[in-house]
Design a protein around this ligand. Structure first.
Ligand SMILES: [Zn+2]
Ligand SMILES: [Zn+2]
Length: 181
């Protein structure tokens, strides 16, 4: 029996092997994908070592078709909750608070895979990951304010200096020197 797509609200979800040994329900209409918590856990187990995250430059250059509005779990009908991915990706993953099933809008899984984040989804729902996402958003907002004030070239320069200072063996002394008036 096909299940109901959280986006299309129609019985359009059909079984599909998303990755070798990772079974999902894919919507034939919107191309979104539902993965149950059990399926994901089993796949993680056979998938082996956690793959190292790839930098955002290597991200698949394709915009996920993020859908908005309330979504309900195809398995248990509970409301899905949004969890921002962060790490320079602008979309959120939906997860059922009841059964732990996960919904990916069209291309979200592929984009996550292009960054090797598809084997970290279970971490995305953690408190630690979510507070890191909020810190990243804050940093981006602060950088944006500074960029508007000083321009791209100077922002690039101060970032370079900061990175150099940060890894310098005498960074504490150098910081102190800079703050001296
Ligand atoms: Zn759909
Ligand atoms: Zn559910």
């Amino acid at each position: 029996m096909p299940k109901t797509c959280p986006v299309c609200k129609e019985d359009t979800l059909l079984l599909k092997e998303l990755e070798p040994k990772l079974f999902s329900s894919r919507c034939s209409k919107c191309d979104g994908v539902f993965i149950s918590a059990e399926q994901y856990d089993q796949w993680l187990h056979i998938h082996g070592e956690n793959l190292p995250e790839k930098p955002s430059e290597e991200s698949m250059k394709i915009a996920p078709a993020e859908s908005f509005g309330a979504k309900f779990c195809p398995e248990c009908k509970f409301m899905l909750m949004k969890y921002k991915v962060g790490h320079k990706l602008s979309f959120a993953i939906n997860r059922c608070g009841h059964c732990g099933g996960m919904w990916f809008d069209k291309n979200e899984w592929e984009v996550l895979k292009s960054r090797n984040l598809h084997d970290d989804i279970h971490f995305v729902f953690s408190h630690a990951w979510q507070s890191a996402v909020r810190a990243e958003e804050h940093q981006t907002a602060m950088d944006e304010i500074l960029r508007r004030e000083i321009g791209d070239a100077d922002l690039e320069e101060i970032r370079r200096i900061r990175a150099w200072l940060h890894k310098h063996p005498h960074s504490a002394e150098l910081y102190a020197y800079l703050l001296r008036r």
